[in-house]
Design a protein around this ligand. Structure first.
Ligand code: GLC
Length: 539
């Protein structure tokens, strides 16, 4: 049963990541909108999610799909109005679905009035809101680079100085050393909290501060693509403590930080942003699992490491796809005829681990990355680096609701093409079938809701380092569950001490007997959740 404490919903619940332009279009302009999300809230209830996280919906020139905000206090007209947003919040809350906003604190759009003022003259009161530097010996102020490896300083001919941008030049970085910037952003947070949003996903939060002295990054860090002086600066922790105190004034709010750092060490660096477990972020995305090979032992190591890095009381979360890294079904390890079996096994993993699961829209039906023809690419990275890198659009295609033209996403041509596989990979058809990816998600979400052991229960790994089978127990004082996942392409027999005492709660291969003997034979890519019968079991 789900915990009654509403303040802890974010530990027990499931968070669904919506990329708003691609979810559902109700005004037939080919772009998803807020009314579209409202129209799908019943769908989300049926799936069983507890919260939605919306990628940015603020006004923006959309150089980076809205991660370049030009007004933190409004809604981009292509998604609707503030009245639509209020309606969404209300309609979601009535269904007990929480709403998490994406918040970009590190940079604004170059069209934000703050930047326009800052760029107007060297003595403008907002000059110091951004990071301006004169040239050094006729060259860029230092050797800092953007996330895609280019020089990160843009020369401004009007004021004859450079400004710093971690991403595109249309996304100037704010100067968080300036207390006015801090105040302005805390006002933004308060505005949305007062409105009633349930939390924030903080974009690239570890980039917030840069070395005040602007020191050059050492050469080794340039070679590895890492940074030293322009990320993970200690001042960010103070801001996050202040942020947490603010959130604590509003019961039941949560936060999750995006901490992208190059491997190795991601888990450790990400966990640092949880502070002592209760004084900074509620959760952080740990990207280490994204680089995991399709092997039980690799998952075991990455997950165990992720847990080990947590501070006492720190809470983990897991995600396997997002709008930047692409869809897990599409990664090379899934490109086989077994991809849907693997997708179901992966769902079982996500939904039985200790930690909040994040589901990227469409993953619940096994959507795949699409090939986007060059002329239809929106993502600037794709436009700049094609064909070496085709950008992120492939994982941002319209949600596949049904097999009709445009996949039921819109009645007109969508801004990005729908994946041709929508004829068979779509919500409508998968809802009819008990062994679809959708049904796996829905059933496991329901099971997770019913079993406290799968929520805040402890986790104990049962066979460390096996290449094929990952197994763990989830337990509370009152119940014990065992999860077995066969990553291998052939059946595997495993000894299960508790076997005789278990019944099957869920299996990806429904032909299995309900009672389990002490030697259990797992089919290839089979995942099972077993319940140790209360009268008999101890672990
Ligand atoms: C984050 C976002 C990504 C965006 C970048 C710059 O990584 O997830 O989509 O491009 O920040 O804001």
């Amino acid at each position: 049963m789900q915990s009654n404490n509403p303040d802890r919903w974010w530990k027990n619940g499931i968070i669904y990541h919506i990329y708003p332009q691609s979810f559902c279009d109700t005004n037939s302009d080919g772009v998803g909108d807020l009314q579209g999300i409202i129209s799908k809230l019943d769908y989300l209830t049926e799936l069983g999610v507890d919260a939605i996280w919306l990628s940015p919906i603020y006004p923006s020139p959309l150089v980076d799909a809205g991660y370049d905000i030009s007004d933190y206090y409004d809604i981009h007209p292509r998604y609707g109005t503030m009245a639509d947003f209020d309606q969404l919040l209300d309609a979601a809350h009535r269904r007990k679905i929480r709403v998490i906003m994406d918040l970009v604190l590190n940079h604004t759009s170059h069209e934000h009035p703050w930047f326009r003022e800052s760029a107007a003259s060297r003595n403008n009161p907002k000059r110091d809101w951004y990071i301006w530097q004169p040239s050094r010996n006729g060259k860029q102020p230092n050797n800092w680079r953007t996330n895609y490896g280019k020089k990160a300083w843009q020369y401004d001919p009007l004021t004859e100085e450079y400004y710093y941008h971690s991403f595109f030049r249309e996304q100037p970085d704010l100067n968080w050393h300036n207390p006015e910037v801090r105040d302005a952003m805390f006002q933004v947070m308060k505005y949305w909290l007062r409105k009633g949003v349930d939390g924030f996903r903080l974009d690239v939060i570890n980039l917030l501060f840069k070395d005040k002295r602007g020191r050059n990054n050492p050469i080794f860090s340039l070679l590895t693509g890492g940074k030293v002086y322009n990320y993970n600066q200690p001042e960010v922790y103070d801001v996050l403590r202040e942020f947490r105190s603010l959130l604590n004034q509003y019961p039941g709010r949560t936060s999750v930080g995006e901490i992208f750092t190059p491997p190795p060490g991601n888990s450790r660096q990400a966990a640092a942003f949880l502070g002592n477990g209760t004084d900074m972020l509620h959760m952080v995305f740990d990207f280490s699992l994204i680089f995991t090979m399709w092997r039980a032992s690799s998952y075991y190591k990455a997950i165990r490491n992720s847990y080990r890095q947590l501070p006492p009381g720190g809470w983990p979360c897991f995600f396997f796809s997002n709008h930047d890294i692409g869809r897990y079904v599409a990664r090379s390890r899934f490109t086989s005829r077994h991809k849907y079996e693997k997708a179901r096994l992966h769902a079982l993993l996500l939904l039985t681990l200790r930690g909040t699961p994040f589901i990227y829209y469409g993953d619940e039906i096994g959507m795949e990355n699409a090939e986007i023809p060059r002329e239809k690419i929106h993502d600037l990275y794709g436009q700049l680096f094609y064909p070496l890198y085709k950008g992120r659009d492939g994982a941002r295609t319209p949600m596949q609701w049904s097999d009709v033209p445009h996949a039921g996403f819109s009645t007109s041509e969508p801004f990005l093409p729908v994946h041709p596989n929508h004829k068979h990979v779509n919500v409508e058809s998968q809802q009819q079938s008990v062994d679809s990816v959708w049904s796996t998600f829905q059933t496991l979400i329901a099971i997770r809701r019913e079993h406290a052991a799968l929520q805040e229960g402890e986790i104990e790994f049962l066979n460390e380092g096996d290449n094929n089978v990952l197994s763990y127990a989830r337990y509370t004082a009152a119940e014990q569950l065992i999860v077995l996942l066969n990553f291998g392409s052939s059946a595997k027999k495993i000894n299960l001490q508790e076997g005789g005492k278990c019944t099957v709660l869920y299996t990806t291969h429904p032909e299995r007997e309900v009672q389990i003997p002490d030697k259990i034979r797992l089919q290839s890519y089979e995942g099972v959740v077993l319940m140790v019968n209360p009268s008999q079991g101890t672990l």
